[in-house]
Design a protein around this ligand. Structure first.
Ligand code: DX5
Ligand code: ZN
Length: 218
């Protein structure tokens, strides 16, 4: 069970300090939400943020996971790989050729994952399960932090787990907090992105520890 804090909800005026707090609390994945103003309305951050965090995150033995909410993700792999991304996640809805996008990631020797939106059926990932290490199931519509968890996601996660089996890890993203994380874990997820439930709290380090305990049934 791995909690992956999303820096989207962090205070960017003291990003290094906030990331250090969650690394010290044991976070092994730092999740970076990249939005292009096309695939989703907002524009967020690019490779320079990954580059700025790479030494700190790698020094703590953790990885940088880049969630590309961008059109044609295959065109953006190179700059994020150069910046130090350890895993790149492509949205299946954002490319006409998912296998090509995944291959572009793997060619750079970076871990590859794919992401499905709430309205996308689980079968959309079937033809790349042999090459991805992770499937991310969005549990809100992508674009913003702090949205409520979509309850139907739990049934969907069960169906996704039945399809994926042990071929890849299952991650959830959106509205994950101490109340929703346990059901996600029981339905088959093992990696949990949390933005506002970590950086929206007074003590992000304590929040990471509490979420990890709740995911493990504590
Ligand atoms: C949403 C992003 C998420 C976001 C989650 O589009 O992909 O990673 O940061 O935020 P919370 O945990 O606040 O729902
Ligand atoms: Zn995300």
């Amino acid at each position: 069970m791995t909690v992956a804090p999303s820096i989207l909800s962090a205070d960017f005026a003291r990003l290094g300090e906030q990331v250090q707090a969650v690394l010290d609390a044991g976070a092994k994945i730092i999740h970076v939400d990249v939005m292009d103003g096309h695939f989703v309305p907002p524009i967020t951050m690019g490779p320079i943020v990954v580059e700025a965090l790479r030494d700190q995150v790698h020094g703590a033995g953790a990885i940088l996971e880049v969630h590309l909410m961008v059109e044609r993700p295959e065109r953006h792999v190179e700059p994020f790989a150069d910046a130090g991304a350890d895993r790149i996640l492509a949205q299946v809805e954002a490319t006409p050729n998912l296998r090509f996008a995944v291959d572009a990631i793997l060619r750079r020797d970076v871990g590859a994952g794919v992401v499905i939106n709430p309205g996308t059926p689980v079968e959309a990932v079937a033809e790349v399960l042999d090459v991805v290490e992770l499937v991310l199931c969005m549990t809100v519509n992508p674009g913003w932090g702090g949205q409520p968890f979509i309850p139907q996601s739990i049934d969907k996660l069960r169906r996704l787990k039945a399809l994926v089996g042990d071929q890849a890890e299952i991650e959830v993203d959106g509205g994950v907090d101490a109340k929703t994380i346990g059901a996600c874990a029981q339905a088959g997820a093992s990696v949990f992105v949390a933005g506002s439930a970590v950086f929206g709290k007074d003590d992000p380090a304590a929040a990471v520890r509490e979420l990890a305990a709740a995911a493990s049934g504590g």
